[in-house]
Design a protein around this ligand. Structure first.
Ligand code: SF4
Length: 366
């Protein structure tokens, strides 16, 4: 099979676990296979996303690689060559490299490491996200982290039982969590390794896990393993796999989970503050707003409330909360000032006070 055909298959397969819920497939350029837009601080960053091989000795029941797809592989030098040509033509700003496990985790890791070694030797110093193969040895993980900007291992499910339902070959504790523990330990010992840290990914809706279980797991991942990001992908059935009859997951659910993750990681919420109904977040309502409706701290007085309370006001983010605390020592708070520092007044109004009169929104907005 030609190189172009193999690249097409392996980049199409790599898009299968698209984890950016806002990604728009229509933005893909069919004449340039493998370009994937990742979100970074509100910007869309084009990456070349590809698999080394779609052969896999694991049996994940949702995976496109278990659907009878033609098994193909790229050589490290082929991936490096294609990536560098895309990079020099400014099609992409980085590489996202993953793989099935053709026979043995370390054998696959060696090929992934070789790809990165070629790129670094040939002068490419930019972003490389490498998926670590579940079950890889600590030595191969360390050598990969010397070359990659970021590494990740997918946990796939929130619970051990969930993964057992999906795969008879991958062990949640040994192949995944133990390897994540090693990554954390290596990062703690040597700050030059994988400078963009490590992340993980969950498939939402492939098993009957609740949002509460997922949120508890991601809180645990952030606390125990200092994950930089948790990505979610909405389950989509693939024809020819054992889960082909299962219903696709609603992307809105994934969006709410991203919001909940942000509340936990950036706002310091605990899972118990979020509102779950039968274990699920309301897909129609922003989880911060839903949580605020049940809290007994409101209205908070912005002139004296601590950061922990201000950050819980809908319409106020971490940056605005810090600005309120610094500015209130020097100036009286006013609607104009609050708007200037980024507070979304319409959203925040029912939850705040900042002067003797409880001014109405209509009055503020004139
Ligand atoms: S490990 Fe599982 S999800 Fe990954 S390629 Fe193999 S079968 Fe697919």
């Amino acid at each position: 099979m030609s190189l172009a055909d193999r690249v097409q298959i392996l980049s199409d397969t790599a898009q299968f676990d698209l984890c950016d819920y806002s990604a728009d497939p229509s933005q893909r350029n069919p004449s340039v296979p493998g370009i994937y837009y990742s979100s970074y601080r509100g910007c869309r960053v084009p990456l070349f996303k590809v698999l080394l091989t779609n052969r896999c000795c694991n049996d994940c029941r949702y995976c496109i690689n278990n659907s009878g797809i033609t098994p193909v592989e790229l050589e490290p030098r082929e991936i490096a060559g294609i990536f560098l040509s895309y990079y020099h033509k400014r099609y992409v700003d980085g590489l996202f490299l993953s793989s099935g496990v053709s026979r043995d985790p370390d054998e696959t890791m060696e090929k992934l490491i070789e790809t990165l070694r070629i790129l670094r030797t040939e002068g490419y110093g930019g972003y490389i996200h490498l998926k670590i193969i579940p079950g890889a040895s600590m030595d191969s993980i360390r050598r990969a982290m010397e070359l990659a900007s970021r590494v990740s291992i997918n946990i796939e499910t929130a619970t051990r039982d969930g993964l057992e339902e999906l795969s008879s070959t991958k062990d949640y504790g040994v192949d995944i969590l133990r390897r994540i523990r090693w990554i954390k330990r290596l990062l703690d010992r040597d700050r030059t390794l994988a400078p963009a840290g490590h992340s993980t990914q969950l498939m939402v809706g492939a098993v009957d896990e609740t949002d509460r279980e997922i949120v508890k797991r991601i809180k645990w991942m952030h606390e125990k393993y200092s994950t930089r990001r948790v990505y979610f992908s909405a389950f989509e059935p693939v024809e020819g796999t054992p889960l082909e009859e299962r219903e696709a997951e609603n992307p809105e659910r994934v969006m709410r989970l991203y919001q909940a993750d942000n509340l936990i990681k950036s706002y310091g919420f605990s899972p118990d503050e979020l509102q779950f109904h039968g274990g699920y977040l309301d897909p129609e309502v922003d989880p911060k707003y839903a949580a605020a409706l049940e809290m007994d701290i409101f209205p908070v007085d912005l002139r004296e409330a601590p950061y922990r309370e201000i950050i819980r006001v809908p319409g106020i983010g971490p940056v605005s909360a810090r600005k309120i605390i610094s500015i209130r020592k020097k100036r009286d708070l006013s609607p104009d000032l609050l708007k200037e520092i980024g507070v979304r007044l319409k959203r925040a109004e029912p939850f705040i006070r900042f002067d003797e009169r409880q001014t109405s929104l209509e009055e503020w907005l004139g």
